[in-house]
Ligand binder design. Structure first.
Ligand code: PLP
Length: 428
């Protein structure tokens, strides 16, 4: 990759998808398609996904892991994404009836769906059982009762365990610690009681266990610790299956270096082998972020600029917290670049502000951009493929942006941008 202006480090390729290149005039290309062409054809803001990158990550994970990969659809889902999951033959983790529905629309086989959630409604459980989802991951005693009462045919379930592990990540996306709304705690005996409960009820068939310690985790040792706690459980009850969740982190900033998907699945395999699970227990992993985050980026157009001498420069873009709530939710950082002149010097601090009525609607605080930012020029924030569009909203009645996929050098709109009419389509 070429330089972003003299004196600046090389553009961090690890923040971009594998088919990202820079034209000789400094213009960003994804799969050979220019950022300006995308903006002209579908407008801004726009989510751009590199389909080849998504498929490559899934294939790598499948090839390197001894068990089964289920894509965690909460990270990003639309019909076209579900089609990729179906074509690549991986399983899919759904956390609501809506995610199951979209997965089916994309051709995912119900048998390959794993259904999660700490409060699945009776309607959702009925739907899941009627279509025959592969596994229901039961999260609480109330859910055990609810599911048991629903069926006469035995249903294959996993129990979600809370292993009591404090993963090194933001507290809102930590899920394995004792104080969690998710799952049956191992530490206080609830997990053992849940196993006993299932043994006493014939309508539910316990096929295995599930645990997930959190998201955006860089330390592979956290996953090994997780395997240690749950392996003991699987062995004690001689269960056939163990799903260790997702959670692998990705680099959002230039200075970050995350383990690869291959490093992660190998670390899990090694821990499982060390603990005697190899060949005995069928393993599953559920990556979301690590599959789609770097495959996606967002293009915005510069709308207004404001300089407060001695304090800060603001550049306001045509999106914000409605298409990317992560900065507001978790204080997440992003990199930002001038997408049509990557070779220009990026050496001035600009805070990239969204268009929403919240002072906190800042997508990048004090990012480095060219000094002479121009109205209408395109900015790119890389690594927005996970939990961006998936968490988007219509705050301030801003229509959601379109999503395009670029695969084999061809661009296609996979989710159209919302119109003003869409903003009232549900109004009674
Ligand atoms: C149960 C479960 N599995 C998998 C995931 C995917 O996590 P990630 O996107 O960090 O890989 C999540 C996300 O929080 C989850 O709750």
């Amino acid at each position: 990759m070429d330089r972003v202006g003299a004196g600046r480090p090389r553009i961090p390729t690890h923040l971009f998808s594998s088919t990202m290149t820079v034209r000789s005039d400094g213009h960003l290309l994804i799969g050979g398609v220019a950022a300006r062409t995308i903006a002209e054809e579908v407008g801004t803001p726009v989510f751009v996904y590199d389909e080849d990158h998504i498929r490559a990550r899934l294939r790598e994970a499948v090839a390197a892991f001894s068990g089964t990969i289920a894509y965690a659809s909460k990270a990003f889902l639309c019909r076209a994404m579900a089609e990729i999951v179906a074509e690549e033959g991986v399983h899919l983790d759904a956390a609501s009836m809506g995610e199951i529905y979209v997965a089916l629309q994309g051709g995912v086989s119900p048998a390959k769906i794993v259904f999660h959630g700490n409060n699945k409604s009776t309607r959702e459980l009925e739907y899941a059982t009627s279509i025959g989802v592969g596994r229901i991951v039961v999260d609480s005693f109330d859910e055990l009762e609810r599911l048991n009462a629903l069926t006469q045919e035995p249903i294959d379930i996993w129990l979600r365990l809370t292993p009591g592990i404090e993963a090194h990540t933001h507290e809102f996306i930590r899920t394995g610690q004792d104080d969690s709304k998710f799952g049956f705690n191992v530490g206080n005996g609830d997990a053992d009681r849940a196993v006993q409960w299932v043994a006493n009820h014939r309508n539910l068939r316990l096929r295995g266990l599930h645990s997930h310690i959190g998201s955006q985790i860089f330390r592979l040792e956290s996953f090994s610790e997780e395997v240690e706690v749950v392996a003991e459980f699987v062995q004690r009850y001689q269960l056939e299956e163990l799903n260790l969740g997702g959670g692998l982190g990705v680099s959002y900033l230039e200075e970050e270096t995350a383990p690869s998907v291959v490093d992660w699945v190998k670390a899990v395999d090694q821990a499982a082998t060390r603990l005697g699970l190899a060949g005995e227990t069928k393993l599953f992993l559920e990556p979301g972020r690590a599959i789609v985050a770097t495959a996606g980026l967002t293009l915005y157009a510069v709308g207004t600029r404001k300089e407060i001498p001695g304090i800060r420069r603001y550049v306001s873009i045509d999106g914000g917290m409605s298409d990317n709530p992560r900065p507001v939710l978790y204080g997440s950082g992003y990199a930002v670049y001038a997408a049509e002149r990557l070779f220009d010097l990026h050496d001035e601090e600009w805070s990239v502000a969204g268009k929403h009525c919240e002072s906190g609607d800042i997508i990048v605080k004090d990012g480095l951009l060219p000094r002479d930012l121009r109205l209408g020029e395109l900015l790119v924030t890389p690594v927005t493929g996970a939990y961006g569009y998936a968490m988007s909203s219509n705050y301030n009645k801003v229509p959601r942006p379109p999503v395009v996929f670029i695969g084999g050098g061809v661009m296609r709109v996979v989710v159209r941008g919302e119109t003003l009419d869409d903003l009232v389509r549900l109004d009674a």
